[in-house]
Design a protein around this ligand. Structure first.
Ligand code: HEC
Ligand code: HEC
Length: 334
C-alpha cells in the first residue's frame, strides 16, 4: 500500500512538474524508500515491543495475584490435593460448609466466570447466577480488597491447574439453608466496599490494617460472633471459645492480661514470621497453617505492617480462661 501510494505520487509528480523536478525526484526517492522501510521496521519493532509489554504486564499481574492469594489465605479452605478443587468441610454451629472447586474448570470450577463475575462474588457475596453466598466464604473481609488485587487474584486463579472434582452440597439445617435468608443477614452484618485508608495514620499502619482486615481475615477466627454468626465489631480480635472446629481462639488485642499486650512488636513480628511465641512455644494447628500458607509468605514490610497495626489496636479485656471453662453450658452465640 505504502509503496504504491509512493509511486502514484511520483507519477503525478513527474507528469505535473516534468523534467524540472526529475533530478530532485530521483535524488529524493532512494531516501524516501529508505524512510518508508525504516518506518516499517520501526512499526514492527513497536508492535513487538507493545506485545511483549502486554505479556510482561500480564505476567506481573499473575505474580501480584499469587501474592494476594497467599496473603488472603484462599488455599487454606480451597485446596484439595494439588489443586484448588475445594478443601475439607468447615463445621460451624450453623451447618457444615464445603468450600467449592475454584479451579478454571469450565463445568465444575469457575472457568466460565468473567472478571466481573469474580469481582462481584468477592465484593458483594453474590454468585454469577445472582444467589447470595453464605458468609462461611469470608467475603465480608474480602469485600475490602482493592479492585486491582481482585483483578490480580482472578488472573492468577485462571493460570491454575483445572480439576473436574464436583463440589459436594453443604449440609445446613433449615431455615439457615435458605440463601434468600442471607440477604436479611447481609442487611445487618455485611458492609460491602473497598477499604479506605485513614489519612491520619502512617502508610505502614494502613497497609497493616488492609492486610489484617481485607486479606488476612484474622477476625474470621479471632473475633467472637454474635447473632447468626456475625463477627462482633465491638469485640474485634478479642478471642472466642467457639472458633472454627469448636476451637478456642486467643485474644490478640494488646490487652496486657488477657491478650498479647505484653508482646513487643518485634516479638509479634517473629511470631508471624516463624510461629514462635515469646515464651518459646510454637503456634499449633490452625494458626500454624495460617502462618505457613499466609503470614510467612509476606514481605518483611507487610509482616511488620501487620504487627504494627495489631499492636495499635484498642486493648479488649476478654478472659477466655474463665469464659471457656464454663463453655460447655454456654450457648454458642456468646
Ligand atoms: C474460611 C474458608 C474460606 C476461605 C479462606 C476462602 N473461601 Fe472461598 N468459599 C468458601 C466457602 C464455604 C464457599 C461456598 C459459599 C457458598 O456456597 O455460599 C466459598 C466460595 C467461593 C467462591 C464461589 C465459587 C462458586 O462456584 O460459586 C469463590 C470464587 C471463592 N470462594 C474464592 C475464594 C478466594 C479467591 C479466596 C481467597 C481470597 C477464598 N475463596 C477464600 C470458603 C472459603
Ligand atoms: C483459621 C483460624 C485463624 C485465623 C484465620 C487466624 N488465626 Fe491466629 N490463631 C488461631 C488459633 C486457633 C490460635 C491458637 C493457636 C495455638 O494455640 O497454638 C491462634 C493464635 C494466634 C496468635 C498467638 C496468640 C497467643 O496468645 O498465643 C496470634 C498472635 C495470632 N493468632 C495472630 C493472627 C493474625 C495476625 C491473623 C491474621 C493474619 C490470624 N491470627 C488469623 C486461629 C486463627
Amino acid at each position: 500500500m505504502m509503496f504504491s501510494a509512493d509511486s502514484r505520487c511520483s507519477l503525478s509528480c513527474a507528469s505535473l512538474i516534468k523534467a524540472a523536478v526529475r533530478p530532485c525526484r530521483s535524488a529524493l526517492l532512494p531516501y524516501a524508500g529508505r524512510a518508508v522501510r525504516g518506518l516499517l521496521v520501526l512499526l514492527v519493532l513497536f508492535a513487538g515491543q507493545s506485545m511483549s509489554g502486554r505479556v510482561q504486564a500480564y505476567t506481573d499481574l499473575v505474580e501480584e495475584g499469587r501474592y494476594v492469594f497467599a496473603a488472603a489465605g484462599c488455599v487454606s479452605c480451597h485446596r484439595n490435593d494439588q489443586t484448588l478443587a475445594g478443601g475439607p468441610p468447615i463445621v460451624t454451629p450453623y451447618g457444615t460448609y464445603f468450600p467449592p472447586n475454584i479451579t478454571p474448570h469450565r463445568e465444575q470450577g469457575i472457568g466460565r466466570w468473567s472478571e466481573e463475575d469474580f469481582v462481584r462474588a468477592l465484593r458483594m457475596g453474590i454468585s454469577p447466577g445472582g444467589q447470595h453466598y453464605y458468609p462461611a466464604f469470608p467475603y465480608p473481609s474480602y469485600t475490602r480488597m482493592t479492585r486491582r488485587d481482585m483483578q490480580a487474584l482472578y488472573a492468577y486463579l485462571m493460570t491454575q491447574p483445572e480439576s473436574a472434582r464436583q463440589s459436594p452440597p453443604h449440609i445446613i439445617p433449615w431455615p439457615l439453608s435458605s440463601r434468600a435468608l442471607i440477604s436479611h443477614w447481609k442487611q445487618g452484618g455485611f458492609t460491602p466496599g473497598v477499604a479506605v485508608d485513614d489519612p491520619t495514620r502512617m502508610p505502614q499502619w494502613n497497609r497493616g490494617a488492609y492486610l489484617a482486615k481485607a486479606l488476612g481475615h484474622c477476625g474470621e477466627c479471632h473475633t467472637p460472633r454474635g447473632f447468626l454468626g456475625t463477627p462482633r465489631s465491638d469485640r474485634y480480635l478479642a478471642g472466642t471459645c467457639s472458633g472454627p472446629e469448636g476451637l478456642r481462639v486467643p485474644n490478640i488485642t494488646p490487652d496486657e492480661e488477657t491478650g498479647i499486650g505484653r508482646w513487643t512488636t518485634a516479638e509479634l513480628d517473629t511470631f508471624l514470621a516463624t510461629g514462635r511465641r515469646p515464651d518459646g512455644c510454637y503456634a499449633s494447628g490452625l494458626m500454624m497453617e495460617v502462618l505457613g500458607t499466609s503470614c510467612m509468605q509476606l514481605t518483611d514490610y507487610d509482616r511488620q505492617a501487620l504487627a504494627f497495626y495489631l499492636a495499635s489496636l484498642p486493648p479488649i479485656h476478654n478472659n477466655l480462661d474463665s469464659l471457656c471453662a464454663s463453655f460447655e453450658d454456654y450457648d454458642f452465640l456468646e
